[in-house]
Each structure stands twice: as structure tokens, then as C-alpha cells.
Design a protein around this ligand. Structure first.
Ligand code: PLP
Length: 259
């Protein structure tokens, strides 16, 4: 296995020149480090290289799938991988993982020749509980009346604007990285920076927590979700408090460092 740099086609070409490569597995947009977006043309070039050199392009959409869009980040960037993995949001927190891909590769799981068949087995594969959770989640996400993505997009935009306004007023360097429904805030300090990733399920809570607390107006109590938003606001308050405590601690460190 070789590790290559994200947004760096040359590092992929370097490995391709020296070693046989069966596949490249990558998050199409990095979400394990906050939000790091692909540079223009980067994913398209990865697709082109995969076709030219004959390796499989695999998108790890465990974090990005079902959060950015029902079709995952690949439906937004327009680059179709050969295989994809999904998890987390697909069953709204229930333990489900999904492998998806082009028929010619997925057919290896049911290949008529035993020697060529790829084993896929697991005690809880297709368990009724998680499967029901995934179906309910997908139905909700696909429901135009619920408008889940539109709703969370608007919340994300409010969060971005609110945070930028507050930190601009305070004259502090602050950067909000947002892609669709996913928001990370990065507070630059003389100390190490911090970031928080807010999945859709936490955004509506966090807006209230963060904006009201940072602007020292109103209370930081949990908002009362509208019926429409109820589905999105089931994140335990404990988790949100933990995030918020971390953010406050970093702000304190920032100030203690003479900023
Ligand atoms: C991008 C990404 N891929 C894969 C995984 C692993 O998923 P799992 O813990 O379901 O194996 C994670 C876990 O956080 C992840 O963030």
C-alpha cells in the first residue's frame, strides 16, 4: 500500500510509474480533517488516470455519503468511481455499511466460478433492524416535502454567516469551511487550531448553541425543533455540550495566549 497526497496528481503518477497499482481508495472530499475540498479538475484527472492506467477508482463515502446528497459527493462532483463505500448516515446512525459499484465489479460477489468469487459474509449482513433504519432514512431524505437537504443547507448558510459576522466583529481570524450541508469551523490561534465537523443531525442544535453563546445573547438551551426539522435534531445534547465545551476551552486558550 502506498500513501499519496490529496490534491496532488503528481504523487499518484510517481507511484504509478514505480509500482503496479490495483486501485486507489480515497475520500473524494476530505472530511476526516474538517473539510478539505478537491481542487478543480483533481477528481476528473483521477478518473482519467484510472481509465488510462487500468486501476480501480474507489471513493470512500463513509462520511460524505447521504450527507452531501442522496447520491453522495460523487453526485455533486460528477465523477463516478468504480466502487464506493458508505456508512454512518445511510442508516442515520444504525450500524450499516454499504458497498456499491459498477455491475461488472459487483458481480464478482456472485461470480459463477467459485475461484473468482469474492467472499462477502457477515453475521449481521442485511439485518432487518439496520435495513429498516436505512430504508426509513433514505425515504425521509428523498421526500421532497421534508426537504431535508434544503433545510440543512439553509441552516449551514446561517451558521457560516453568523460565525463569520461574530468573529469579524471581534477582529479574530476565523475560517468557516462549508460544503453543502457539512460545516467545519477553524479558529486560527497561536495555539494549535481546532475544528469541529457538524453533520446534518447536529447543525440545527449547534447554530443555536454556538451563535447564541458566542454573541452572548439569548440562552444556549436546546432549540425546539419544528416538525419538519425534528428528524434532524435527535443528536444527544450531551454530545453537543461536549463539542461546545471544547470550543469554549479553545477560545479561552486563545485569549490566554494574549490574543
Ligand atoms: C472516511 C471514513 N472511512 C472509513 C471509516 C471506517 O468506518 P467503520 O468504522 O464503519 O469501519 C471511517 C470512520 O470514521 C471514516 O471516517
Amino acid at each position: 500500500m502506498h500513501v499519496v497526497n490529496y490534491n496532488d496528481i503528481e504523487s499518484v503518477k510517481y507511484v504509478l510509474k514505480r509500482y503496479p497499482v490495483a486501485c486507489v481508495i480515497m475520500e473524494p472530499i476530505l472530511q476526516n480533517v474538517g473539510i478539505l475540498k478537491p481542487q478543480e479538475g483533481y477528481l476528473q484527472e483521477m478518473r482519467r488516470l484510472a481509465d488510462q492506467e487500468g486501476f480501480l477508482l474507489i471513493f470512500d463515502e463513509v462520511k460524505t455519503g447521504f450527507r452531501h446528497a442522496l447520491g453522495g459527493y460523487q453526485s455533486i462532483c460528477g465523477v463516478t468511481p468504480d466502487l464506493s463505500s458508505f456508512g454512518k448516515a445511510v442508516a442515520n446512525g444504525y450500524p450499516m455499511g454499504v458497498i456499491a459499484g459498477k455491475k461488472e465489479y459487483m458481480d464478482y460477489f456472485i461470480h459463477p466460478e467459485k475461484k473468482k468469487r469474492v467472499l462477502i459474509a457477515g453475521t449481521y449482513n442485511a439485518h432487518p433492524l439496520t435495513t429498516a433504519a436505512a430504508i426509513a432514512t433514505v425515504e425521509k431524505l428523498a421526500d421532497p416535502e421534508a426537504d431535508v437537504y434544503g433545510h440543512v443547507e439553509r441552516l449551514g448558510a446561517t451558521l457560516e454567516k453568523g460565525l463569520n459576522d461574530i468573529f469579524a466583529k471581534k477582529g479574530r481570524p476565523f475560517y468557516v469551511a462549508r460544503q453543502d450541508r457539512l460545516t467545519a469551523y477553524i479558529l486560527w490561534t497561536t495555539f494549535p487550531w481546532i475544528f469541529m465537523i457538524l453533520p446534518p443531525t447536529t447543525i440545527s442544535h449547534s447554530i443555536k448553541y454556538t451563535v447564541s453563546a458566542l454573541s452572548a445573547k439569548g440562552s444556549s438551551t436546546s432549540p425546539r425543533p419544528s416538525n419538519k426539522a425534528a428528524f434532524l435534531t435527535r443528536t444527544p445534547k450531551r454530545t453537543l455540550r461536549k463539542h461546545w465545551t471544547k470550543l469554549k476551552k479553545s477560545l479561552r486558550l486563545y485569549e490566554d495566549n494574549g490574543n
